[in-house]
Design a protein around this ligand. Structure first.
Ligand SMILES: C[S@@+](CC[C@H](N)C(=O)[O-])C[C@H]1O[C@@H](n2cnc3c(N)ncnc32)[C@H](O)[C@@H]1O
Length: 171
């Protein structure tokens, strides 16, 4: 009976996780050393609303909250990664956060000052239109590892051995 219950729970967690990997991107984490560089370059300030689309383990949200004091808002489709993100936020005593278990294609992004994504190129192409519709002029979009086709970055952290990071402003 216990085995059956465990199998059911794992199944329930695995299905949306696999779905998120297909429609958005699979789990790969932003390297810790890059997170600090991103925070500095993006000039994130206390009072900003920082959105992370696809939180994974919440590593980026936690670092941004700690080092900038901004309010962090995370959106994650996988219940497994959502739970890990909550745990990470709680362990690190992050106070100013919101976390949503939902598909970011359906989220309301109005009011975001900065959006961080580590997704894949075809997902960024789909999000581009949403960003243009919902974000205020001058909002920042940061894409880890993949440039956004058709947009011109105002800043790039060049790769070396690590992936590059692309910074954009909505126009
Ligand atoms: C490449 S990982 C990046 C994790 C984290 N942002 C980081 O940089 O360490 C992509 C994450 O996006 C999530 N994801 C993919 N598609 C999604 C969607 N449509 N809505 C919400 N989350 C999604 C995945 O479950 C995964 O956790």
């Amino acid at each position: 009976m216990l085995e059956l219950a465990v199998a059911i729970v794992l199944f329930i967690l695995a299905i949306p996780t696999a779905y998120a990997a297909v429609i958005g991107a699979p789990l790969v984490l932003t390297s810790k050393s890059r997170v600090r560089e991103i925070i500095d370059k993006a000039e994130i300030k206390e009072g900003d609303k920082f959105y992370e689309l696809g939180t994974g383990t919440g590593r980026v949200m936690v670092a941004v909250a700690k080092y900038s004091g901004a309010k962090v808002i995370g959106i994650e489709l996988s219940p497994l990664f959502y739970l890990i993100t909550i745990l990470n936020l709680k362990i690190n005593r992050v106070k100013k956060y919101e976390l949503f278990l939902e598909n970011f294609f359906k989220s309301d992004l109005r009011g975001a000052d900065i959006i961080f994504c580590f997704l894949i190129p075809r997902t960024m192409v789909k999000l581009k239109e949403k960003f243009s519709k919902e974000l205020e002029l001058g909002a920042k979009v940061i894409s880890f590892a993949f440039p956004i086709e058709g947009w011109v970055p105002y800043e790039i952290i060049r790769g070396g051995k690590k992936p590059s990071v692309y910074f954009y402003r909505t126009k």
